[in-house]
Design a protein around this ligand. Structure first.
Ligand code: AMP
Ligand code: ZN
Length: 146
């Protein structure tokens, strides 16, 4: 991907503060940390988002995320971690090269997610949405088995 900024970082055309590189992935500091020490874990191969990324690539990535979060915890003496992964503009995705955010958390960091829990009008509204998703899932599994 010629113009993708993360591909350009991988190729060394743009600077980044790297903390890890292997055959499949790199990890570097996010230049706009939500909390200082915020890292990005990305595959070397370009995939735009979760939907496009093969499950085998995702499996390696999430295992690396786990390892990186453990190193971050030990190094920065964190109290917690948020793993974030956004898909689509509506979800806040800005860079269309799949990435996992590894955001260190401290009891004193002062950060709060803008997480506003809503309420369903009634149990029927919730059940209708559940049924829609279940319908697609069972269709997909019968396609796989058939
Ligand atoms: P997202 O909103 O999930 O697409 O996240 C993109 C992230 O990439 C943001 O947190 C940015 O701060 C970060 N970012 C963008 N450009 C760079 C760069 N050149 N080096 C490091 N991080 C970057
Ligand atoms: Zn890319």
């Amino acid at each position: 991907m010629q113009d993708c900024i993360f591909c350009r970082i991988i190729r060394g055309e743009l600077p980044a503060t790297r903390i890890h590189e292997d055959n499949d992935a790199i990890v570097f500091m996010d230049i706009g940390p939500v909390v200082k020490g915020h890292l990005l874990v990305i595959p070397k191969e370009h995939y735009a988002n979760l939907e496009e990324t093969p499950a085998a690539v995702l499996a390696k990535l999430i295992a690396l995320v786990q390892k990186i979060a453990a190193a971050q915890k030990k190094a920065l003496r964190t109290d917690g971690v948020n793993i974030m992964q956004s898909n689509g503009r509506a979800a806040g995705q800005v860079v269309d090269h799949i990435h996992f955010h590894v955001i260190p958390r401290f009891l004193s960091d002062g950060h709060h997610w803008n997480w506003k829990a809503q309420k369903y009008a009634d149990s029927g509204e919730m059940q209708a949405l559940a049924d829609k998703i279940k319908g697609i899932l069972s269709g997909a599994s019968s396609q796989q088995s058939g």
